[in-house]
Ligand binder design. Structure first.
Ligand code: ZN
Length: 359
């Protein structure tokens, strides 16, 4: 069953041909997994992106009810083609869930009321061509029609319109969004916007010393309207997994960007669904964790963004399973952080503002 018949209603194309499968190990792994999912999940495609005569599908996997109003956790990866580990982290959790779906009664019980969506590889062409951008040289996470506050001209990494040959290119002013960014936005509007409770995580890598768990905004240092709910989630994470590794903070604490898809979708959701709660997080894996053990990786393009030695890859792949489990439970048992009494919300709002915004 396809999750996205709207995108390519007349397409008779198979999800992917056999020859294509050999090109990209992450896509190959994902497709092999999806071959074994038909009895427990819904596998779909947001369409195909063609590059140098090869067609790459944007694969989706959905567990739980079909009704898009049900609470949902959605995991995204591979927006930036160099950050292969993000896709692998999503696939590792997909593997865990696949297995749990075969024997664990509590997971099956959660599937009755709570959805779990995966889009592990948003930019397969970038990953295939070993570049950050998509096939048109556009950085998909700078591609939304969103302008940042006070961006100095020299901060090109925040998004620029100089040239697609430089990284962080936003695309031409006024142009339509790239196929991949549009496909993600359409998917989120269709599968997440109807839900009253939603969390998404977009997995990236290559920045800094620690694993950061970012929430909006990327475009401004202004607090997001859901400080209280994010603070409630942070408190739950701190108490439930007291030794967790994450630094929870607004993305703009580290740097601001133009064109962030999650800024766009977060604001749009709030207008359409003022009673609902959708928190789009980004998980930014700290590359120092693998670079400090292997300095030579500093000098390779992929090495900066990905661990190389098998045991380090394994360590990163298992490191984030508890976080995703926690978030899935938080979406399922959402009365613990949504719809709290006004007094408690105000206290959480004050606490969040003190932690992240200087009071
Ligand atoms: Zn990234």
């Amino acid at each position: 069953m396809s999750l996205s018949p709207q995108l390519n209603p007349n397409s008779k194309e198979p999800v992917i041909t056999r020859a294509d499968r050999r090109l990209l190990p992450e896509l190959r792994e994902l497709l092999i997994l999806t071959d074994h999912l038909s009895d427990i999940a819904r596998v779909g495609s947001l369409g195909n992106v063609t590059y140098q005569g090869t067609s790459f599908p944007l694969v989706t996997v959905a567990f739980g009810p079909e009704d898009p109003k049900t609470p949902v956790l959605a995991l995204f990866g591979g927006v930036h083609g160099l950050e292969r580990i993000g896709t692998r982290v999503c696939i590792a959790y997909l593997r865990t869930i696949m297995e749990l779906a075969r024997w664990d009664r509590s997971t099956l019980e959660m599937f009755k009321t709570t959805r779990l969506l995966f889009v592990p590889l948003i930019n397969p062409v970038g990953m295939f061509a070993q570049r950050r951008s998509n096939g048109n040289g556009v950085d998909l996470m700078r591609n939304a029609p969103v302008e940042a506050d006070h961006m100095p001209w020299y901060q090109v990494y925040g998004g620029h319109r100089i040239s697609p040959s430089l990284p962080w290119y936003r695309g031409k002013a006024g142009a339509e969004m790239e196929f991949e960014s549009q496909a993600i936005c359409d998917f989120v509007r269709r599968e997440i916007f109807p839900a009253k409770v939603a969390i998404s995580v977009d997995v990236h890598s290559g920045y800094g010393k620690v694993d950061r768990f970012w929430f909006p905004y990327a475009r401004t240092k202004t607090p997001l309207p859901n400080v209280a709910e994010v603070c409630a989630l942070k408190n739950m994470l701190d108490r439930t997994y007291s030794n967790h590794v994450y630094r929870v903070e607004p993305q703009s604490h580290q740097y601001m960007t133009h064109g962030d898809l999650w800024d766009l979708l977060y604001d749009e959701y709030r207008v359409q669904n003022p009673q609902g709660r959708f928190i789009p997080f980004s998980l930014e894996l700290g590359s120092w964790l693998w670079i400090r053990k292997n300095w030579r990786q500093m000098f390779s393009l992929l090495g900066v963004f990905n661990p190389r030695l098998p045991h380090r890859v394994q360590r990163i792949l298992r490191r984030h399973v508890p976080l995703f489990d926690f978030l899935y439970r938080a979406v399922h048992s959402n009365e613990s952080w949504i719809g709290l009494p006004q007094q408690k919300l105000e206290r959480l709002d004050r606490q969040g503002r003190e932690i992240w915004y200087g009071g």
